[in-house]
Structure formats: structure tokens, C-alpha cells
Design a protein around this ligand. Structure first.
Ligand code: AVI
Length: 335
């Protein structure tokens, strides 16, 4: 019997790449590999959002901040532009300004002419990027003492003695606090309070609850930049744990979960597949997801309550005309 001339054609998912990635040796530390493996093997597979940020992930996040749908960055910048002078009056000059997740230091630098801190302490996990940015900034503001700290502050930190003790102001813009759960956020802010001293304070950006259509679009933009940002995590995981995730077999899902008051980002398997890595493997059914990020949204009142539980009294709140975003100045409640 003659074989059909089509019998040699392999049927593959239209999304899978022709050459699925070959597994490379794992590059992450033992602790990182253990953390990622445990999350992938959990009944509800999940990963920490910190793995969204490799070199490309950081660039994709910068691109997200330029998107028309991603309102937080420009809304917060608008609040600083409109109310910076008022903030400076409330906070006063001469603080020790500790910038958490400083990146290119641009947000803090935009406030220097008004806040005039005595010392600027940018903190960021990406030490090289930070050192370069601070070098440039020091030339523009030679009178401000600058002490860059390259560390991961998300799981708590001790400030070195080179950081002045008086009038510490933690600067935490961008609504990054939303990437912690409310319980984690309270614990994190308690840690800041412990480091702030009795005369310390906090200037923090918080994203507010709004129409779910606006929220959904901000995390699932028309150009697919947020999808690329989310999917890029799989390439990063391949690098860290030596896995063979095939990006083409996954799709981005993001939606507002009103009951939990958070945007959830997931990666969803387009078809049944198995992922293998050095110490394990997992089968994913079609439609099964990996939960990659939460971004909590607050009301003004709910965040003020969270600050109080962490030992901060809210001094002043500034918002944009649509009430989409808040910048809050809070002071340490002394013991
Ligand atoms: C860094 N963080 C505040 C962003 C957010 O909005 O939660 C990360 C992000 N995820 C998707 N888009 C932006």
C-alpha cells in the first residue's frame, strides 16, 4: 500500500516555535532555583514578580511606562509636577532621602530643586545601573551628598552607618507597594518604620481602585508590550533554572480581581505540555496557568488604615483630578 504523501507532516501547535529551546545549565543560585521550583510545583503554580526583571524585562517595563494605557507613571508624574512645592512645604528641606527601587533616579531628581535633601540614598538591586545613574546625578547636584546602595530591599534591610540618621524620608513611588499583598506590605512598611527613626517619614505612591476597564487595559495593552513583559519571564526562568519553557506555547492573561482588589497576571498554557528543568518537571493541561504577579489597588481610606497598622500617621494626601493615583506623606508614630 502506498503511503500518503502527507504522512510525514508533523502537526504542531501554530504557536510553538519550530525549534523548542534546548535546556541550558541553570544560572541561578541554589536558593533561587529552590524558590522557583517550589512555585512551579505548587498545586496553583506561581512565581515571584521579581523574576519579571532581567535586562530585557527592565527595558520592557520602561516601555510599559510610555504606553497610553498604563496611566500610573504619567499620573504620578502629574501629581509631583502639580503639588511638588506643597510636598516640599509639608516635608521640609534637608532630609535624608532614601529612594527605594531608584532605577535611573529620575523621579527623585525631579523633586531635588524643591525638596533639597541633605543626603540622597538611592537603593536598587541593579548596582551597576545605579552607580552610573548616581555618577551623572552627582554632577548635576554637587551640593547633595549621595550614597548609592546596591541591594534587594524587598525582604528587609539594614542601612549602613554612612546613611545619616536624622530626618530620614523613605521615597517609594510608582505604586510598587501594590506588588506586595496587604499583609506583606504592612510588614514591609513596619520594617521601614523601624529604620526611619522617631523623626522619620515616608513619601509613597499608591494606585487607587478605578473602573475595571481602565485597569484591565493598563495591564493588557493593544501593542502587547505587557504581554511581552510577562512572557519574557519564561526566558528568564529558562536561564535561572535551566528549564525548557517554549514562549510560543504560552499566552498572557491579566484581569482585575475585584474581590481581592488586585490586578492578576498569569501565563496560560495554549496546549497540554510538559516543562522540564534540572531538578524537576511539571505537566500543564491546556488552559492551566502560572500566576506571575499581583498589583493591589487601594482606596485612600484602606491605604491610610494599612499605614496606621504599620506605625505611620498620614500627614497629607495628593491626588490627580480623576482620583486615579495618590501620593501620600506619612510620619512615624513614635512609640
Ligand atoms: C512595578 N509595578 C508597580 C508595576 C505594576 O503596575 O504593578 C509592574 C507592572 N506589571 C505589569 N505592568 C506593570
Amino acid at each position: 500500500m502506498q503511503m500518503s504523501r502527507f504522512s510525514a507532516i508533523r502537526v504542531v501547535s501554530p504557536y510553538a516555535s519550530n525549534t523548542p529551546p534546548q535546556r541550558q545549565p541553570a544560572n541561578g543560585s541554589a536558593a533561587v532555583i529552590a524558590e522557583i521550583s517550589a512555585g512551579l510545583l505548587a498545586p496553583d503554580a506561581h512565581t515571584s514578580p521579581k523574576f519579571l526583571y532581567d535586562g530585557l524585562g527592565s527595558k520592557l517595563f520602561e516601555a510599559i511606562c510610555e504606553l497610553p494605557e498604563y496611566y500610573p507613571t504619567r499620573t504620578e508624574a502629574g501629581i509631583f509636577a502639580a503639588h511638588g512645592a506643597d510636598m516640599a512645604r509639608a516635608i521640609g528641606t534637608g532630609t535624608t532621602m532614601i529612594d527605594l527601587g531608584a532605577g535611573n533616579c529620575a523621579k527623585a531628581a525631579s523633586l531635588f530643586p524643591l525638596l533639597q535633601p541633605a543626603q540622597y540614598v538611592p537603593v536598587d538591586i541593579s548596582r551597576d545601573f545605579l552607580t552610573e545613574a548616581v555618577g551623572r546625578l552627582q554632577q548635576r547636584f554637587p551640593h547633595i551628598e549621595m550614597t548609592a546602595l546596591g541591594l534587594d530591599f524587598s525582604s528587609g534591610f539594614e542601612l549602613p552607618d554612612s546613611v545619616r540618621h536624622s530626618r530620614r524620608l523613605f521615597f517609594y513611588p510608582g505604586s510598587s507597594i501594590g506588588n506586595f499583598s496587604p499583609e506583606q506590605a504592612t510588614a514591609f512598611l513596619r520594617g521601614l518604620r523601624a529604620n526611619a527613626g522617631a523623626d522619620g517619614g515616608l513619601l509613597i505612591g499608591v494606585d487607587l481602585i478605578k473602573d475595571s476597564g481602565v485597569l484591565d487595559a493598563a495591564y493588557d495593552d493593544a501593542l502587547g508590550v505587557t504581554a511581552a513583559f510577562n512572557l519574557n519571564m519564561l526566558r528568564h526562568l529558562n536561564h535561572l533554572i535551566g528549564a525548557d519553557f517554549d514562549v510560543g506555547q504560552w499566552q498572557h492573561r491579566a484581569f482585575f480581581n475585584a474581590a481581592e482588589s488586585r490586578i492578576e497576571m498569569h501565563l496560560e498554557a495554549r496546549s497540554a505540555l510538559t516543562v522540564r528543568w534540572d531538578d524537576g518537571e511539571r505537566h500543564f493541561a491546556r488552559g492551566e496557568r502560572i500566576h506571575t504577579e499581583d498589583s493591589y489597588k487601594y482606596t485612600r481610606q484602606s491605604f491610610v488604615g494599612l499605614l496606621e497598622r504599620a506605625g505611620f500617621a498620614t500627614a497629607q494626601v495628593w491626588t490627580d483630578p480623576a482620583n486615579w493615583f495618590a501620593v501620600i506623606h506619612a510620619r512615624v508614630i513614635p512609640d
